[in-house]
Design a protein around this ligand. Structure first.
Ligand SMILES: [Mg+2]
Length: 319
C-alpha cells in the first residue's frame, strides 16, 4: 500500500517563527520607524505600509546586508526544524502561505539551511533593487479584481483561496493547516473532517478567537498548540499515532470550539515562564550570525515581554 500523501501548509509569523518578521526588522533597525509601523496598524494596508517604511529605511542608510543580518538573527526553534524534517522525510508537501514577503522568508529559511524542505512559498513578492532598496508588493495585486472573500482576509491575500488551489492541484490523503491569526481562519474553513484534515491553531491568539466565534465553519479537527515542542509532538502523533504518548504533558486535542480561550496576557506570561525556565523552554538553533538575540537574562526576559506584547498586538491587528 502506498504511503499517505499529506499536504502541510504553514503561516509564517508566530507560526513557524516566534516573532513577526515585519515588526522584527524595524524594531531592530530603526526605533522611530518601528513606532510609526505600530501606530499605523489598521490605518494603512499592511503590505503598502511595509513598502513605504522600507523606502524610509533605505533613505536612512540601512543596507541590504543590514536587513539580511537582522532577519538571520530571528531565532528558529530546533523542534520546529525537527518537525518539518519529519514531514519531509515522509514525502509530504510543505508550503508556506504568509502575509510577510519572499525576501524575509527565504532569508530566514536559508540562514537555518531549511529552505530545501519546502515545496513552495506563497507570499507577497519582494526584491532588492540594484541600490539595495527592498521593494514589496501585494500578493493579490491592485491590478487584479478584489478577491471578494467575506471572511477576515486582507485585500492583498485570501489565504483560503490559495490553500484551495493547492488542495485541488493533486490528490492529498490529508491536509494540515497551521496558523495563529485572523487571516488563518479562512484557510481553516477549507479543510474537511472526512479526509482527516487538521487545523493546528496557536492557542490564545486571534485564530482561536475566530474559530470560537464561527465554530460551524470549521469542519476539521482542531488541535491547539502553544510552542515548538507541541508542534513536534503533534507531528510525531500524525506519523506515528497518538497512542504512543500517554499520561500528562501531551498536547491538548480539542475538536470543538467549546474550550476556554487563553488571553494574550496569559500568552505573554507563558513566554516569561518558558524564557526563564530553560529546562522546559523550546530550544533554539544557534543563529548563523554572531549577534543573535541571546536567551534569558532577567533584563532580556523583561524586554522580550515588552516587545512580544507589541508584536502580538501587531500580528493580531495586521491579520
Ligand atoms: Mg501569523
Amino acid at each position: 500500500m502506498a504511503p499517505l500523501k499529506r499536504l502541510f501548509v504553514f503561516d509564517f509569523d508566530w507560526t513557524l517563527i516566534d516573532a513577526d518578521s515585519d515588526y522584527f526588522v524595524f524594531e531592530h533597525l530603526n526605533a522611530e520607524l518601528s513606532k510609526i509601523q505600530l501606530n499605523s496598524i489598521g490605518k494603512v494596508q499592511w503590505t503598502d505600509l511595509q513598502q513605504r517604511l522600507l523606502g524610509e529605511l533605505f533613505d536612512r542608510g540601512i543596507s541590504k546586508e543590514d536587513i539580511e543580518r537582522t532577519l538571520s538573527s530571528i531565532p528558529f526553534a530546533s523542534e520546529r526544524i525537527e518537525a518539518l524534517t519529519l514531514m519531509k522525510e515522509h514525502d509530504s508537501d510543505l508550503y508556506i502561505l504568509s502575509d510577510a514577503n519572499t525576501v524575509y522568508i527565504e532569508t530566514i529559511l536559508k540562514a537555518y539551511k531549511i529552505d530545501h524542505l519546502f515545496t513552495g512559498i506563497l507570499t507577497n513578492p519582494a526584491s532588492f533593487n540594484p541600490q539595495g532598496r527592498l521593494n514589496v508588493t501585494r500578493y493579490h495585486g491592485l491590478d487584479k479584481p478584489p478577491h471578494q472573500c467575506q471572511l477576515p482576509c486582507e485585500p492583498n491575500l485570501c489565504k483560503g483561496l490559495e490553500l484551495q488551489k493547492l488542495i485541488d492541484s493533486q490528490h492529498y490523503d490529508q491536509v494540515i493547516y497551521m496558523g495563529d491569526a485572523s487571516n488563518d481562519f479562512c484557510p481553516s474553513t477549507r479543510l474537511l473532517r472526512e479526509r482527516g484534515d487538521l487545523v493546528l491553531a496557536r492557542q490564545g491568539l486571534s485564530l482561536e478567537q475566530r474559530i470560537k466565534e464561527r465554530p460551524e465553519l470549521v469542519q476539521a479537527e482542531i488541535i491547539y498548540w502553544q510552542d515548538a515542542k507541541d508542534v513536534l509532538e503533534v507531528t510525531q502523533d500524525i506519523f506515528y499515532g497518538r497512542d504512543r504518548l500517554s499520561g500528562a504533558g501531551g498536547v491538548k486535542l480539542i475538536s470543538s470550539a467549546a474550550s476556554s480561550t487563553t488571553s494574550l496576557s496569559t500568552m505573554v506570561e507563558s513566554t516569561v515562564t518558558s524564557s526563564s525556565t530553560t529546562s522546559s523552554a523550546s530550544s533554539v538553533v544557534d543563529s548563523p550570525i554572531d549577534d543573535q538575540v541571546e536567551p534569558s537574562s532577567s533584563v532580556k526576559v523583561l524586554s522580550a515581554v515588552e516587545s512580544s506584547d507589541s508584536k502580538m498586538f501587531a500580528q493580531a491587528v495586521k491579520a
